[in-house]
Design a protein around this ligand. Structure first.
Ligand code: NAP
Ligand code: MG
Length: 402
């Protein structure tokens, strides 16, 4: 087979630890033999981030804005232990946070469903995609531990000096206080990212807040979504036969559990944090969760939802055999290749991405898998493979599909 040609480069963001090892295996075994791969390579491995004072992360995000599609390997977010492990100049910020701040995007996470890996909620036949608003609320809060009696007030001073003042509480004893915010700009981009992604993937969009209790804060989220839907998206949704549906968060949770899946669930920042872990776990395995950052102007960055799988990497360094599942990282590549194919009108590239995804699923359904999948699979006698042998097994399946 002749290698598939590309016209525009993908932005390739390499990463850390076990996923960096998988990254190379995936490219060598599953991509390079079939695609005349064009990438603009950025090494986001922690050592190189440290060498460049994290400039490489900023550069990779700018390149993503330029080219429109990126594929990212999992990266270490440094903490105190990493400072010594990598002898860092500074505790560099989370690359995902930096990239998200530049692209102003929303993260969509969806599980990969496979026969034999049965969701804990047995009616969930189709994936549920969680769209998490990634700005503000409790993640950018200001808190006070109230020492004793006194009056707490919420004060806003406008640029022209006008003041809005509300009493929060008259404390008669010690307590706690929290101030949170969001902006219309961020909520609007979140809404547009969700509507665009629903159109793109032809799925219904659900959104829920607690607007009955939070009549200004949460209600503003509800209003902004509704206004943008009515003025910009309603017709296109109707043409595709998909729906935008708003309800209260507690009602949404009940409906989600009773549903068959197959929709996008847009969540405020905290709800998304909590619900994405619940949904991921309920579908079976963290290593089967895909993730894509979509910016309001239609820029896409694909990655796996899991981290760098540190524990497996230390085994690998000791020369021990690992059984790390590369599927979510492969799906980051296929997501990016399919999107590039779609944008550049290269149907062979899109078709290749789809076949590689099918090869991953078929390999597991044929009983060949990594250890964590085998532990939850209903397959009778699963063959447990090492990280590399699993990727080679996927290649064999792929060859049979091409
Ligand atoms: P992790 O990499 O997500 O792994 C946690 C555990 O989940 C693993 O120890 C493993 O369980 C299991 N697991 C995750 N992915 C797997 C896979 N592909 N195949 C098999 N098992 C898998 O989280 P972590 O080890 O707590 O974090 C390591 C580093 O990742 C941290 O430095 C963190 O900053 C970073 N991180 C990066 C991102 C990102 O770049 N998007 C996201 C999250 C975390 P067992 O050990 O039980 O086998
Ligand atoms: Mg969380």
């Amino acid at each position: 087979m002749e290698k598939i040609k590309m016209t525009t480069p993908l932005v390739e963001m390499d990463g850390d630890e076990m996923t960096r090892i998988l990254w190379r295996m995936i490219k060598e075994e599953l991509i390079l033999p079939y695609v005349d791969l064009k990438t603009e390579y950025y090494d986001l491995g922690l050592e190189h981030r440290n060498e460049t004072d994290d400039q490489v992360t900023v550069d990779s995000a700018r390149a993503t804005q330029k080219y429109g599609v990126a594929v990212k390997c999992a990266t270490i977010t440094p903490n105190a232990a990493r400072m010594t492990e990598y002898n860092l100049k500074e505790m560099w910020k989370s690359p995902n946070g930096t990239i998200r701040a530049i692209l102003d995007g929303t993260v969509f996470r969806a599980p990969i469903l496979i026969k034999g890996i049965v969701p804990y909620v047995n009616k969930w036949d189709k994936p549920i995609t969680i769209a998490r608003h990634a700005y503000g609320d409790v993640y950018k809060n200001t808190e006070i531990k109230v020492p004793g009696p006194g009056k707490a007030e919420l004060v806003f001073t406008a640029q022209d000096g006008a003041v809005i003042r509300e009493t929060i509480h008259e404390f008669t004893g010690p307590g706690i206080l929290q101030g949170i915010h969001n902006t219309e700009k961020s909520i609007s981009s979140f809404a547009r990212a969700c509507f665009n992604y629903a159109l793109d993937t032809r799925q219904d969009l659900w959104f829920a807040t607690k607007d009955t209790i939070s009549k200004k804060y949460d209600h503003t989220f509800k209003d902004i979504f509704q206004e943008i839907y009515d003025s910009e998206y309603r017709e296109r949704f109707q043409e595709l036969g998909i729906e935008y549906f708003y309800t209260l968060i507690d009602d949404a949770v009940a409906r989600v559990i009773r549903s068959e899946g197959g929709f996008i669930w847009a969540c405020k920042n905290y709800d998304g944090d909590v619900m994405s872990d619940m949904v991921a776990t309920a579908y079976g395995d963290l290593s089967m969760m895909t993730s894509v950052l979509v910016s309001p102007d239609g820029v896409y960055e694909y990655e796996a939802a899991h981290g760098t799988v540190q524990r497996h990497y230390y085994k690998y360094l000791k020369g021990e055999e690992t059984s790390t599942n590369g599927i979510a990282t492969i799906f980051a590549w296929t997501g990016a290749l399919k999107k590039r194919g779609e944008l550049d009108n290269i149907p062979e590239l899109t078709a290749f991405g789809e076949k590689l995804e099918r090869a991953c699923i078929k390999t597991v359904e044929d009983g060949k898998m990594t250890r964590s999948l085998a532990s939850i699979s209903t397959c009778e006698n699963p063959v447990v493979l090492s990280s590399l042998d699993f990727i080679r097994a996927i290649r064999e399946t792929l060859e049979s599909l091409l």
